[in-house]
Design a protein around this ligand. Sequence first.
Ligand SMILES: Cc1cc2nc3c(=O)[nH]c(=O)nc-3n(C[C@H](O)[C@H](O)[C@H](O)COP(=O)(O)OP(=O)(O)OC[C@H]3O[C@@H](n4cnc5c(N)ncnc54)[C@H](O)[C@@H]3O)c2cc1C
Length: 467
Amino acid sequence: MPSYDLIVIGTGPGGYVCAIRAAQLGMKVAVVEKEKTFGGTCLNIGCIPSKAMLHTSELFDQAGHAFGKMGIKVGGPVLDLAAMLRFKDEGVDGNVKGVAFLFRKNKIEAHSGIGRIVAPGKVEVKATRGPSGILEAKAIVIATGSDVARLKGIVIDEKRIVSSTGALSLEKVPRHLLVVGAGVIGLELGSVWRRLGAQVTVVEFLDRILPGIDAEVARQFQRMLEKQGITFKLASKVATIDSSGPVLKAIVEPAAGGAAVGVDADVALIAIGRVPYTEGLGVEEIGLKLDNRGRIPVDGRFATSVPGIYAIGDVIAGPMLAHKAEDEGVAAAEIIAGKSGHVNYDVIPNVIYTSPEVASVGKTEEELRGANIAYNVGKFPFTANGRAKANQQTDGFVKILADAKTDQVLGVHIVGSDAGNMIAEAAIAMEFGAAAEDIARTCHAHPTLPEAVKEAALAVDKRAIHM
Ligand SMILES: Cc1cc2nc3c(=O)[nH]c(=O)nc-3n(C[C@H](O)[C@H](O)[C@H](O)COP(=O)(O)OP(=O)(O)OC[C@H]3O[C@@H](n4cnc5c(N)ncnc54)[C@H](O)[C@@H]3O)c2cc1C
C-alpha cells in the first residue's frame, strides 16, 4: 500500500498549491484527481477560460466601437467564434499542463480517480482507468471545491439551459441570453455574450446587483452595464423555464409576489452561485458532519473534527475565490509541517473582470456602519486622472474608507479600467496596517491609473490635488 506524509484530494488552486508547498517543506505528497486534467474549476471551467473570453470579447468590442476613434481603421470586425473558443481552450491547456509540470518538478505523485476517505489516514482511489487501490498517509487535505448551484425544477442541459461551464463554450452567439443571477459569474459571462452581439437580460432576486459589494459601487456599476446594453430585472425571480419549444419560455415573477411576465430567450445561464462539493468523498461515513450549507467545518488551523483530516478552499466557509483557496493551501501545508501558517481573511481582494473592472478589499461602507465604526471617505474619479483621460477610459472611481480616529485603511473599492491590478496596492497597504496618509505620501508613477488611488488617499484628508 503506497504511503505518504500527505494526500491531497482535488487539484484545484487549493489542492495543487497545498501539495506543492508541502513538497517544498520536505513531505512525500500524493494528489488524487477525478477529472482528466489538473487545476480544478479555476483552470478548467472557471477563472482561466472566463478571463480568456472576457479578454477576446473586449478586444472584439473595441475593434468594433473604439478603434476607429483612435485612428485605427480595421473595418467591421468579423467574429470567428470557433477560433475564439480555440484560443480560450489553448489558454486552459497551457495552464493545466503547467500544473502537471509542477507536480513532476516537486516529485508529487498523482493518482487518477475518485478519492474516498475510508478511515483517518486511508484514501481509496476508484480509478477511472486502471486498478483501484488504497493509499495511506499521515495527513489528508480535502480540497474538493464546489459545484454549480441549481434552481429547483430547472434542468441544466449545458446546451440551452447552461451553467457557467456551458456558457463558456456556446457554439453560437444567442440572440437573447437570459442570465439568472446578478453575481460575479452572471455579470462576467453576460458581458462576454453582450459584447459578441447577444441581447442580455439579467434577472436578480435581490433589489441590487453584486450582493456583498459596496452598495454605491454596485449602483454606479449597474448604470455602466446598462449603458453597454445589459437589461436588469431586479427584485425578480425566474419561476420556470419551458424548454419544450424552439425558444425558451421563462416565467419571471416579482420576488415579493405579484403578476408574472414571460421572457423568451435562446439560452438561459443559471448563475445563482456555487455549492461545496463532497460527493463520493465518504465524509459522513467517517463521522465528519457538514454544516447547514454543505460545507466542511474546520478550525483556525484548517483541521476538521476528525484527527489528521484537514479541508481548504471552496469546500469550507469563506469567499469562493481561487486566491483564498491557494492561500489556505499554503497555510494548511505549513501547519501540517509544524510551522505557523496563517490566512488574513480581512484582506482578501475580490475582482469582477468586466469592463470596467470592479475590485475591492476590506470593509464596505454598509459593513462599517453596521459595526458602528466611524470612518472617513476619500473618493477620486478617473475623469480627473491624466492617464485615464489620455486613454479615454474615464468610467469609475477609487474609494478609500479609513478609520476616523486612526486613519487606518479599512476598505478600498475601485470601479475602473484595470481595477483588478490596482487593488493589489491596497491589499499590501492593508496587510501592513497602512494609514490613508501612508498611501498618500507614497510616490506613484505618472501618468498611471494608480495615481487615482493616491489621490483617493489624499481625499480622505480632503486634500486631493487634481480635483
Ligand atoms: C466561471 C467561473 C469563473 C471564476 N472566476 C474566478 C476568478 O476570476 N477569480 C477567482 O478567484 N475565482 C474565480 N472562480 C472561483 C474559483 O474557480 C474557485 O474559487 C476555485 O477553483 C476553488 O478552488 P478549490 O481548489 O477549492 O476547488 P476546485 O477548483 O473546485 O477544485 C476541486 C477539484 O477537486 C476534484 N475533486 C472533487 N472531488 C473529488 C474526489 N472525491 N476525488 C478526486 N478529485 C475530486 C475536482 O475534480 C476538482 O478538480 C470562478 C469560478 C467559476 C465557475
